[in-house]
Structure formats: C-alpha cells, structure tokens
Write a protein that binds this ligand. Structure first.
Ligand code: ADP
Ligand code: ZN
Ligand code: ZN
Length: 725
C-alpha cells in the first residue's frame, strides 16, 4: 500500500501549484491514483484528486496531514493524466483540467457529491412464503406485508405504503427469518430521448460501407503502434452512422468499449436513438438536458462497466470507460466540439490524444471534414447516398435581386411545396425580428449599454435584447433623444421570416427552430412536430442544418448564405461551405427527390460554388493551398490571448505587455488589436501564429502568468485560447 498520496486540490486559485503530499493511514486502504479525497487544505477542507502515489515524501511524515475521507466514486488513472494534459495543452490549471474527468456533480463547489441511490429491497424467504399461510403470532400489518410480498420483492418504502408495516416491523420479520432485507443500488432511470423516428438498421451494408468497415476492423486489430486514425468522408445520407454502429459492435465483440461523440443530442436525437436501439442497456447517453442525478447514474454505469458504449457531446470524450477500443467523432466539422469556457479544449484533439494514450482507434466522420482532418487522417469514402439517389441540385441566386427577404425563385419553390403538400427547411442564421432599430428623425441607433453592439428586436417578447450579454429592455415607443415616434427596423431574423412564411405557405404549419423557440418549448417537441406533420416548413438558424434525417423534405433554402463570409475569420469559408452542404444534405432523402436554393450577395463565391457541386474534395484542396500559403492550421498553430478590463486603456496596456514578453522561435504575433466592448469590459486581442506548437503554448503561458501577476495590470483579466475557432 502506498504511504503518500500526491493530491491536486480542486481550488480555483491559479497561483497554487500542486500536487501536495498527504499521508495515507490505515483508514485509507484502497486510495490510489484517481481517488477523490476530502483533504484539509490550509484552514479549509476541499476536494482533491490523487495524481500519483509514492512511498516517501520530501516533507517529514509528522508534518503531513491525512485526508479526511475518500468519495465512493473514483476516476480511472488514465483519465487523471488526460485531465492534466488538457490543463497543459490549453493553458488552464490542473484543477480545471481534472474537473473535466470527475464524476458529475463532484465539482469544486460545496454541494454534496452524488452517490448511487440506494434503497432497501424486501423479499420473502422460504419460511416467509410458508408463513403467509400460517401467520401464527404476527401482527396484522406484518401479515399484510408478507402477503404483499408474495407477489414479488418490493422496496421498503412501497411496502410500508401498501401494508402499513414500518421499518422496525420489517426488521423484526427479518429476525424471525421471514424476509430478506438488501440494501441495493437502485437501477438507474434511463433518460429519454425525443422520439423523431430512429429507423431500424438495414439488413445489409452497401459495398462502400462494407469496405469502410473492413478498414475499421483491420485498424481495431492492428497493433497499437501501427493503428492509424481514420476519416470517414461520406456525403450526407451515405450511411456513416451505420458504419459507426458496426464499428462499435466490433469493438464490443473484442471486449473493448467505445465512445461516440456527437455534436448536440437535443438537436440530433436520431443518432443517439439509433445507438440506444442497437445497444440497449449497454449504452449510456450523456444528454445535455439530463438532471444531475441522471447524469451521475449514467456515469456510474460506465464506470462500473455495466454500460460499455457512451454516446454524448464533447464532454463524453472524458467518459470513465476502461479498455477503450474505439472513439467515433461524428460530424467532426461541428464547431460545438470546441469548449467556450476555460479550459478551452477541443474534443477532437482530446479524442486523438486519448485514443493514442489508451491504444484505441479514432474514427472521425463528416460530409464536410475540416481541412485539418483531411490533411492529417487516412481517408475512407462513401461517395454516394445509400438509396442510390443523387444529391439534390443546388441553385445559387443573388439576394440583391430579391427585393425582400425572398428571391422570386425561392418564393416559387416554396409555393410549389405548399401546392404539392411537401416539406421544406429554410435557414437564416440570424434570430429575432430585426437586427436593429434606429430613429428616422435623428438617426439614433439602439445599442447595448454594456457592449458595442446593436440591440435585436424580439417582437413577440416585446423586447430589444443584446445577444452578447443578455441585456434586454422594452421595445421603445419613442426616441429618448428627439422624441420622434418614427422608428425604423432594419434587417430580418428568423422570427420575422417565420411570420412571412406563414402567409406564404398557408395553411401549411411553420415550425421555427432557434434558441428563442427552443428555450420556450424545448428542441425535442419542435423537431417531433415537424417530423409528424405530412407537410410543413421548418425555419431557423444553423440548428436546422444539423444531421436530421427527415426522408420527406423536398426543398432546402439558405438565405444570406455568405453572411458568414463577411467576418474576418480564416474559417469563414469553411463554415459557409459546410453550412450549405449540410443543409443540402437534409433535402431529397425520399422518393420525391428534392432541391436546394441558396441566396447570397455573391452567389459565385468560392465556397458556394463548390457547395453547389457537392464538391468537398475540390473545396478542401483549395482551402489547404490557401492555408499553407498563410501558415494557418493545419500548417501552423494559432493561440489567441484576450485581455479585458473595465477601465478603457488598461486592456490595451495589458495586451502590449503580453506582446512584449512573447518571443517564441518561428512565430509571428498579430496585434494587439481592439475588439468590441463586451459586458462592460474593454477588450484587446493578440494572436500568435507559430510552427512549434508546444514552444508557443509555453511562451504564451509564461507571458500571461508574468503579466497577470504584475500589480500594474491587476485590473486586467486574461483568456488564452489555443486553436481558437
Ligand atoms: P449519414 O450518417 O451518412 O448521413 P445515415 O447513416 O443517417 O447517413 O443513413 C441515412 C439513412 O439510410 C438512414 O435512414 C439509414 O437507416 C439508412 N441506411 C444506412 N445504411 C443503409 C443500407 N446499407 N441499406 C439501406 N439503408 C441504409
Ligand atoms: Zn431620434
Ligand atoms: Zn450586451
């Protein structure tokens, strides 16, 4: 038994550098790497994770404290090193990295950690069965209890309700040998997924699926050092999910477990549903809408090995499974794989790391893979849809000719959907009614008091709101500057578009899917409704372009498709291309075929041209050339530092100080450049572009640590984002 545990305390203080040594006494048998301990820490008691053990410490034993207790749930040792790696790789703290791998609900807060729910199960013994006939000297309630149990075991609480026999009464029956009392972990309640028609799997794979699966199986069987990560590039509807399902079966058949990462389960319940259908109780789903209790129960089923397949969003990459054989990253292009808050990890990179570390194989898939994946992974391809139907024709039209939100071609197509009673999906990546309001008399524009952005009108809520900080106020009746009541509304969002479409396609129902309608109704019911109707229009933000499989959609429309291209972001083209391809992928999956109309300011822009031809290869080759020339990922690494402060000027001074200290080899520093004010804080950012990833990360960490501990910059705060999106 180890005598010293090296423990990383789960405190938020950045300055504290663990791990710290604790002495393990008799009471701590079983404590090992991955144990979660309650430790005395200064004057407080905090949670800590054992990161390693030793037989002796540099500190004299009598000066070392002992842990107070250990939690029931612990973490596999491999995940401890993964959590610490994330902390290093993304310039975070060990505590924050480790928090990612802890049992859900453990946290760093004061809330009591969850444990498996237990209850007292009562069953009859043989003597008990006999005495239901000849109860002898028992009381009326005890007799009632025995008779109730003749139908099968019951929980003590239920039995008390049914018979009136309380706990003490049951204990006496136990002493008489008539019943057995067992303290059992309650079977976890399985969370439910929205029912939007997970269809049963096919009997036979297509030739292309078969070939892809053979490669996956070969990789599973290859010795770890020769196992290559794979990229499944398959057009929308080519049956990628079926390959993932079979791959997971192959992993299970070899006694290994599997993790399947999906973008957002609420948005694509079908994919998770198909795994549940195929694997039943062997799968645990880490749904984002789970209660803390459900989340813990699913985690515990994985930890115990009862469940060996985990399906979930990015955080599922930390699922506590052992003997990991396979990690699938579905829709690998999806930006939701990157975490927004500290640690700003990228689940795709963590998946690669974890697969390497645990000898598992990585299978990423998408219809529109990122250039990074295209370049780095060996590619398998599913070039056609399973049903042999072609991809829908895509027509690009100019928004300038539209004379309103909808181009005449778009209106015609929607009217046809109405006439023929079909389904359409319309995407506009902007929510609300209008982008902004201005006074027709004096020109005043309504802006957020805390951010330098305009307020968006939400008409049905009767409010104008900031989409960056949540500030919201009543719709103004008059201009506070000049008193004019003539207020102009500019730009249309999904709320207004939905309204317009209702008129256009009446009497077909229009279902709106964006964060506002989702907050009101939940995503599941909205998707279910669209699935259920025989004819309808689904309108919304990029949420409508996710991997839904509605077989009867005949029209897809993207409005203002190049809006994304107007942002100064090197991924803008990639985003635009994948958004249009993904939306196109929702159309024409059924017998009636389908088509797609794309409205854009520049319908001939490169990403739109390639998307119209469903040409991922051509687009990606061009994109890789451009990035190679500019040394953007995958040919270089980007690290972004954002400095912010309430006091104007302080953010700039802090950013300058960081820039001054940055002299990594083979790197360029872009900026500092001002960003728009957000949540009452001035912001400035600088971006480091470097060929040597780890040198750059170390240099940035050191520079930020120095500046943030300098009292001259006490006002400023710093956010480091490695591989920003
Ligand atoms: P992708 O993930 O590539 O978009 P899916 O796996 O969702 O494609 O497959 C699209 C549809 O085709 C699904 O309804 C699926 O059940 C069905 N499908 C998949 N493979 C086959 C096959 N080999 N034969 C018939 N239907 C299949
Ligand atoms: Zn005015
Ligand atoms: Zn704001």
């Amino acid at each position: 038994m180890p005598e010293i545990a090296k423990v990383e305390p789960l405190t938020t203080a950045r300055a504290l550098r663990g791990p710290f040594d604790y002495r393990l006494g008799e009471a701590h048998a079983g404590v090992d790497v991955g144990s979660v301990l309650v430790i005395p820490f200064g004057r407080r008691r905090v949670l800590g994770v054992v990161t390693s053990t030793a037989s002796e410490s540099d500190i004299e034993p009598e000066r070392l404290a002992e842990p107070l207790s250990a939690l029931e749930a612990d973490v596999p040792a491999a995940l401890v090193s993964l959590g610490l790696w994330v902390a290093e790789e993304y310039c975070s703290t060990p505590a924050r990295g480790l928090a990612l791998v802890l049992p859900p609900g453990t946290g760093t807060g004061s809330g009591r950690p969850l444990r498996a729910k237990r209850s007292l199960l009562v069953s009859l013994t043989l003597a008990g069965y006999q005495s239901t006939e000849r109860p002898g000297r028992l009381g009326a309630r005890q007799i009632a209890a025995l008779r109730a149990l003749a139908g099968g075991p019951l929980r003590a609480a239920e039995l008390a309700r049914a018979s009136g026999c309380d706990h003490a009464g049951l204990r006496r029956l136990e002493e008489l040998g008539l019943v057995r009392l067992e303290n059992k972990a309650e079977p976890a309640r399985r969370p439910e997924l929205a029912d939007v028609g997970a269809r049963p799997g096919p009997g036979e794979l297509t030739e292309a699926q078969e070939a892809a699966l053979a490669e996956v199986t070969a990789a599973l069987e290859a010795p770890a050092e020769r196992r290559e990560p794979l990229l499944l590039h398959g057009v929308t509807g080519s049956g990628k999910t079926e390959v993932y399902l079979r791959a997971a079966e192959e992993a299970l058949a070899r006694g290994r477990s599997a993790i399947v990462l999906v973008p957002e389960i609420a948005l694509t319940p079908q994919t998770a549903g198909r795994f549940v259908q195929r694997f039943g109780d062997r799968v645990a789903v880490l749904h984002s809408a789970l209660t803390a209790r459900e989340r813990f129960d699913e985690w515990a089923r994985l930890r115990s090995g009862d469940a060996r397949v985990c399906v979930g969003p990015r955080s599922a990459v930390f699922a506590p499974v052992e003997d990991l054989g396979l990690i699938v990253v579905d829709e690998e292009h999806d930006p939701s794989y990157k975490q927004e808050g500290d640690p700003r990890y990228d689940a795709r990179r963590v998946a690669e790391r974890r697969a390497g570390q645990e000898g598992a194989m990585l299978l990423a898939g998408s219809a529109t893979p990122r250039p990074e994946a295209w370049q780095a992974l060996r590619r398998l391809s599913l070039p056609t849809r399973v049903d042999g139907r072609g991809l829908p024709p895509v027509e690009a039209v100019s928004s300038l000719e539209a004379g309103g939100a909808l181009h005449p071609r778009t209106r015609d197509a929607l009217e046809e959907v109405r006439r023929r009673e079909e389904k359409a999906i319309v995407l506009l990546n902007r929510r609300g009614w209008s982008n902004f309001l201005s006074c027709r008399t004096c020109g005043r524009a309504w802006g957020c008091p805390a951010c330098d952005v305009t307020l968006v009108l939400h008409r049905s809520a009767g409010r104008v709101s900031c989409h960056h900080c949540g500030h919201s106020e009543q719709v103004p009746g008059a201009c506070p500057d000049c008193g004019s009541v003539s207020i102009a509304r500019h730009g249309a969002g999904t709320e207004q578009l939905g309204h317009e479409l209702e008129d256009l396609v009446h009497p077909l129902p229009v279902v709106r899917l964006d964060t506002d309608s989702a907050a009101a109704t939940g995503i599941g019911p909205l998707l279910e409704r669209f699935e259920r109707e025989c004819a309808a229009v689904l309108v919304g933000t990029q949420m409508v372009a996710k991997g839904h499989d509605f077989p009867d959609v005949t029209l897809g429309v993207v409005l203002d498709a190049d809006a994304t291209l107007r942002f100064p972001d090197f991924r803008a083209e990639e985003r635009t291309f994948s958004l249009v391809c993904q939306l196109a992928g929702r159309s024409g999956r059924g017998r009636r075929g389908g088509k797609v109309i794309v409205q854009a300011l520049e319908p001939q822009a490169r990403p739109l041209r390639h998307a119209a031809e469903h040409d991922a290869e051509g687009f990606t080759q061009g994109e890789l050339q451009r990035r190679r020339a500019l040394r953007y990922p995958p040919f270089g690494n980007l690290i972004r530092v954002i400095c912010s402060a309430a006091e104007p000027g302080s953010e700039q001074a802090a950013a300058d100080a960081v820039a001054e200290r940055l002299e990594p080899p083979e790197a360029t520093v872009l900026g500092p450049a001002p960003l728009f004010r957000r949540q009452g804080r001035e912001r400035s950012q600088l971006v480091l572009k470097s060929a040597d990833r780890s040198a750059a990360i170390t240099a940035v960490r050191r520079a930020v640590e120095e500046v943030s501990s300098d009292r001259a910059h006490a006002e400023a705060s710093f956010a480091v984002d490695v591989d920003p999106q």
